[in-house]
Design a protein around this ligand. Sequence first.
Ligand code: MG
Length: 341
Amino acid sequence: MTTLLDGRIALKHGAGGRAMRTLIQDVLLAGLGSGDWIGADQMDDGAAIRVGDAWLVITTDSHVVQPAFFPGGDIGRLAVCGTVNDLAMMGATEPLGLTCAVVLEEGFARESLQRVHESMRLACLESGTTIVTGDTKVMGRGEVDGIVINTTGVALTHTLVRDAGLHAGDRIIVTGTIGDHGLAVMATRHQLGIEGTLRSDVAPLNALVRTAMAAAPGAITAMKDPTRGGLASALHEMADKGRVGVVLEENALPVSDAVRGAAELLGIDSLHVANEGKAVIGVRADAADAVLRAIRAHPLGREAAIVGTCLAERPGLLVLDTGFGRRLIAEPEGEPLPRIC
Ligand code: MG
């Protein structure tokens, strides 16, 4: 693998695709072992440890987005939503609390930190949780870029949902338009002049997921949030772990005009671009309409759609049906845009 041939970490190793997965498997999981829990080796959205008759779900995430403030949100909102969403993707929709560790660069504006804190506070209110402990470090000028935030979250659930649970016949729901976060950040970073029309979708999905799970108990077979690497990366991982093929219907994919335009301008496929307020949900075919209706009734799910179907054939592969024919979508090496979350 190119991962360690040159002995150095590249940006792609943090970009959510094949390069990152290989690095984690080869280096970071070495010797950790596995047991009667859902651990790091499963590479799900979080870990799950048995506590009595429930599962304690725990997840952690570091946020390095550049710029720290972007249309639709900032690094504070992102840090809270990223962690709340990873818990929700495991079926744990009521976060008990979050931790927050902040690393600041000497010279970072106090007023900016206050804005970030206020965003975190509001996102916690929105998702029904709070920050219960934290840590603050300051590094010298040039030793870190502005601000880095790590959040960890814990929640209990009786209904654990994995990203590995897809079965042949399941339908795939996407809870809204794709590519919004990545392209909004990119357009701002490079001052493309199209920022006005692009907004990040960063939002806490726990209430939406709770609604979806309640609409058809037991019918949701798999969930994942399509963050770095976008929908293509998330579906590749789900298809691979579930040993199913996934056929994605291009015409059914919700994409905003602004994202379509920006993606074309930049020559990037929105299928590969990060989302921060969307979920990919696998659901038994007989319950797909009921779950879709419930999601659409939630303000964050109005543009949800059934976008694909799982097959027994071609396990691990993602196929795009364009309406004119079918082609394979390769697993992305990584998110095309670095420092996106
Ligand atoms: Mg995730």
